[in-house]
Design a protein around this ligand. Structure first.
Ligand code: TYM
Length: 338
């Protein structure tokens, strides 16, 4: 089984990214051939600073290694190093409906938030994301809940390609998403009706993976809850439900177990204290591992280059098939089709 996921090198990665995605990347290494891509080309679809992009890319590489990605057990690479992603994006545009791209939630939200130029890249963003995965014929895509719509589009693009150009066979694999049951949508601690995010959420309500333990404790202790005392998940208690989920994942327990354990607690103060302690325990080693690795950019670069070479071998084979099927470029000499 092949697993693929992508992550943006923008801003600092937060607890939502860590729980919703990065923890799944780490466990994916045990379950199949795993590829993880730092998507710098997605990051340029909104206003950005080129020097900052480079530096964020190394930040994220060091963070992912510290979190447990092991270049001997997965392929970790930078998107722009594998040109097949951009070529496949263009080719897939021919089987992507424009209206669908215009209706995507992320496009609508980001294009209204963007004060200056709304780039064409922002519109085509989901096609690049489809190309990322489809270039590897990946079966499974670990992501958080917010990527569901992108995954659905990707599946439709793959199906449409196969119908139009497959000639009876599945040239592209229609991938499945893998969204965790608990922690798929970690909420802002200050406004638990909004998801924790790099751009939309509050600084005080966002725990960053690289926050110092003291900052983490402070943010969690100040989390907004409600006026009751019962420690149980419910739609009317989004703040408490969020803390229960965070604590469950951080401890490797189920939310039900956490609710049972916390039944005798004195109130939300105890829940917050337990959550803060568990999150510090979860993230402190990542922060330390990050600090050890971040300074050696040459070593990080070597890992990314090697990853890109391995990724490229797989993607190039898919592209050769796609080009052949679409009648693009010189005909293949062996003419063997999948
Ligand atoms: P990005 O970089 O915004 O987020 C990386 C991952 O973190 C998850 N996530 C969350 N999970 C739980 N709770 C939250 N509050 C939360 N916020 C973010 C996201 O679901 C994601 O899995 N478009 C993608 C990057 C991408 C990609 C791909 C993903 C590009 N190509 C191919 C999968 C496959 C993005 O911007 O992720």
């Amino acid at each position: 089984m092949r697993i693929f996921s992508g992550i943006q090198p923008t801003g600092s990665k937060h607890l939502g990214n860590y729980i919703g995605a990065i923890m799944q990347y780490v466990s994916g290494q045990e379950r199949g051939q795993a590829l993880y891509c730092i998507v710098d080309l997605h990051a340029i679809t909104v206003a950005y600073d080129p020097a900052q992009l480079r530096s964020s890319l190394y930040d994220l590489t060091a963070l992912l290694l510290a979190a447990g990605l092991d270049p001997r057990r997965c392929i970790l690479f930078r998107q722009s190093d594998v040109v097949e992603h951009t070529e496949l994006t263009w080719l897939l545009c021919s089987v992507t409906e424009l209206g669908r791209l215009q209706r995507m939630h992320q496009f609508r939200d980001k294009s209204t938030a963007q004060r200056e130029l709304v780039s064409a890249g922002l519109l085509v963003y989901p096609v690049l994301q489809a190309a990322d995965v489809l270039a590897y014929r990946a079966h499974e895509v670990p992501v958080g809940e917010d990527q569901r719509e992108h995954l659905e589009l990707m599946r439709d693009v793959a199906r449409r390609f196969n119908q139009r150009f497959g000639g009876g066979s599945d040239v592209l694999v229609v991938p499945e998403h893998r969204i965790p049951e608990v922690g798929a949508r970690i909420m802002d601690l200050q406004d638990p009706t909004r998801k924790m995010s790099t751009t939309g959420s509050s600084q005080e309500g966002t725990v960053y993976v690289l926050d110092e333990p003291k900052q983490i404790e402070k943010k969690i202790r100040r989390a907004v809850t409600d006026s009751g005392t019962e420690i149980a998940r419910s739609p009317e208690k989004p703040g408490v439900s969020n803390l229960i989920e965070i604590l469950a994942v951080a401890r490797g327990a189920s939310p039900e177990q956490v609710e049972r354990e916390m039944a005798g607690a004195r109130g939300y103060g105890d829940l917050k204290a337990a959550t803060a302690e568990a999150v510090v325990e979860l993230l402190a080693p990542v922060r330390e591992g990050y600090l050890e690795r971040r300074a050696d950019e040459a070593a990080l670069e070597a890992i990314l280059c090697e990853g890109a070479q391995r990724a490229r071998e797989i993607a190039a084979a898919t592209l050769a098939d796609v080009r052949e099927r679409m009648g693009v470029g010189a005909p293949r000499r062996d003419r063997s089709l999948p």
